[in-house]
Design a protein around this ligand. Structure first.
Ligand code: HEC
Length: 154
């Protein structure tokens, strides 16, 4: 997508990306379906919730209890959520969801990178790493929302 954007931008400096894509015969066969809002509600939020809920520490009068996945199948579900988060970063980079070519791309890439670490933590079946990376995931969501949500929401 970036390649197309660049090719396109060079040929048609003033064209909007949508118009541009129509004129680019080499456009890749992507068919973005969800707008940003739908991607957040349908893909990022459910995946993040699976990841964040995977490991928890409960403190009560009997002390601290750490809850974490026990079977390979349960860990695989956490891994799947992490891979979904990683790939969602790529989906956010695609036109027409990409809001700009700078900070937005950097933040979407941060989602890919933290998703890769999140998947590695799940693959290692390491509860402490899942907790630690889960917090980093949260900060990536927050960074982008702080920068963009006010501007994007009508
Ligand atoms: C690259 C930027 C970016 C990242 C990263 C990002 N978001 Fe968002 N998010 C947005 C934008 C922009 C909106 C506002 C969309 C709109 O209202 O059109 C939004 C809106 C939302 C909403 C509100 C949707 C609604 O129904 O109004 C939720 C929930 C959400 N994001 C969850 C998350 C979670 C969870 C993460 C991290 C796992 C995340 N987002 C990461 C950009 C981002």
């Amino acid at each position: 997508m970036r390649r197309v954007h660049v090719t396109c931008g060079a040929a048609l400096a003033a064209a909007v990306l949508a118009g541009c894509a129509v004129q680019n015969t080499a456009a890749p066969p992507f068919k973005p379906v969800a707008n940003i809002d739908q991607l957040m509600d349908g893909v990022l939020t459910p995946a993040a919730e699976v990841y964040w809920d995977a490991v928890s520490i409960v403190v009560d009068e009997s002390g601290e209890t750490e809850n974490f996945p026990e079977t390979d199948e349960e860990w695989e579900a956490v891994w799947g959520a992490a891979i979904t988060l990683a790939e969602s970063g790529n989906l956010l980079m695609m036109s027409p969801r990409a809001v700009d070519d700078g900070e937005w791309m950097r933040m979407a890439e941060a989602m890919v990178d933290v998703g890769i670490d999140a998947a590695a933590a799940a693959e290692a079946q390491d509860p402490d790493a899942v907790l630690e990376v889960g917090e980093r995931v949260y900060n990536v969501c927050l960074d982008c929302h702080n920068r963009y949500v006010v501007d994007v929401v009508d």
